[in-house]
Design a protein around this ligand. Structure first.
Ligand code: LRH
Ligand code: MN
Ligand code: MN
Length: 426
């Protein structure tokens, strides 16, 4: 399945006048305020977010899963889905694979297919939170932290294998997320679990190719409910430092206890040059993996404000790897991802509008009201015409979601794949 560029252009023509009118209005207003609009649009056009292979099908909960018709049943189909999203949004130029859910059979063919969609391979993710068919040891009581050396070795070996697979595809980073922890007090010894994890990560780090990065993800709870070995950014940061300069912390928005100040975490990590990757989603309670920006768009804006500041002021921090990490229980996954991309771009655009100089001055003067006004003024600006302009510039759709629907993409996918196809993953 491939979307014809011509069809996108035809749809764009229908609303081009409306777009130009609204773009002119906002561009004039921003220019008057000293914003270089072209510059903002270019930054938006360049901003690319990886799509995880597991977000293309229906996720489900432990209470059940409601499949979505036309789900991608193979890696090829997953790449096609990302290709469709990218064609419409021009913002999803990469896919992130989870191993062993997505082991390619024919590497050359897979790479060619991705190339034909202008998609690259972002971070590869290892999986030691589920037992695999071809393994003999169980991860029920942990993987990299396990007290049993043979289990740790199996988990390290799996990560090494994932690096090899990623290397053949052109990936440049490995993301490790561990479910390791304890569900009951006394179940594990905190110190030995952490020590073993550090040792195992150092072993994986030793197999990392020169130009690769290791991303260490943290999460406070789930699936273990009493403790998680890598529970917070501090633990991840410490482990990254123990591994070496190619190891970084990965921030997943859903992996924080309620009301955590994530923008402050972002700032600290960037100041220390250790923010490597980012997983976008939104949540009401925990790791809900909801559509980005659907619950707390202002919090997302504040996080982007910290990211923009870091990207402009912290050359010690590499350009972060962006990814959506979402799961869809009741929506068409592709529509959900399109909504997420729009929310990410919106928050980024608004953060780019923040008058950093004025904010700094207001901070120096302890003018708290002005500080808040500066942030809210940027946040209240309707930046959607800027997003449209960036997409138009790259050959995408002015209105990705409307175009997705009017082109009947889901119908085409169902016709091609059937109503009962099931995506591998969560
Ligand atoms: C864990 C997580 C991690 C996994 C993905 C499937 O909650 O965020 O990134 O790889 O979900
Ligand atoms: Mn994640
Ligand atoms: Mn998660």
């Amino acid at each position: 399945m491939k979307i014809d560029k011509q069809h996108i252009e035809e749809r764009n023509q229908q609303s081009l006048d409306d777009h130009l009118e609204s773009f002119d209005y906002i561009a004039n207003r921003l220019t008057k305020n000293g914003i270089e609009v072209e510059n903002v649009v270019q930054k938006l056009a360049d901003f690319q977010v990886a799509i995880p292979s597991w977000a293309l099908g229906a996720g489900g909960t432990r209470f059940g899963r409601f499949g979505f018709q036309g789900e991608p049943g193979t890696l090829e189909q997953k790449i096609d889905d990302v290709g469709a999203i990218h064609a419409l949004t021009q913002t999803a130029g990469a896919i992130s694979l989870h191993i062993p859910w997505d082991v390619p059979k024919d590497y050359t063919a897979i790479k060619e297919l991705a190339q034909s969609h202008q998609i690259s391979f972002d971070a590869v993710n290892s999986n030691t939170f589920q037992d695999q068919k071809n393994t003999t040891k169980s991860y029920k009581f942990g993987s990299l932290s396990n007290i049993d050396e043979a289990i740790r070795e199996q988990a390290v070996e799996h990560n090494n294998e994932v690096i090899k697979i990623g290397n053949k595809l052109g990936s440049k980073s490995l993301t490790v997320w561990l479910a390791d922890g304890a569900s009951f007090p006394g179940q594990t010894n905190f110190q030995s679990a952490l020590k073993q994890t550090q040792k195992s990560l150092q072993e994986i780090y030793a197999s990392l190719p020169e130009d690769w990065k290791l991303f260490i993800e943290y999460k406070p709870y789930e699936p273990n409910f009493y403790s998680t070995v890598i529970q917070d950014w501090g633990t991840s940061f410490m482990l990254a430092n123990e591994c070496g300069e190619k190891a970084y912390t990965l921030v997943d928005l859903g992996h924080h206890l309620p009301n955590t100040n994530i923008e402050q975490i972002v700032s600290t990590l960037m100041m220390k040059g250790k923010l490597g990757g980012f997983h976008f989603n939104d949540s009401k309670y925990g790791d809900d993996d909801l559509t980005v920006g659907s619950v707390k768009p202002y919090a997302l804006f504040l996080i982007f404000n910290a990211l923009v500041y870091g990207m402009e002021n912290n050359p010690q921090n590499p350009y972060p790897a962006w990814m959506i990490d979402a799961s869809h229980n009741i929506k068409d996954p592709l529509e959900d991802i399109i909504q997420s991309l729009e929310a990410i771009q919106e928050a980024y655009a608004k953060a780019l509008l923040v008058d950093q100089k004025a904010l700094n001055e207001a901070q120096q003067n302890h003018d708290v009201v002005k500080c808040q006004e500066i942030l809210q003024d940027a946040h209240r600006t309707d930046v959607r015409p800027l997003l449209q302009k960036a997409r138009l510039q790259n050959g995408g759709a002015l209105h990705p979601l409307k175009t997705y629907r009017s082109l009947g993409i889901r119908k085409q996918l169902v016709a091609e794949r059937g109503a009962n196809s099931v995506a591998t993953g969560l």
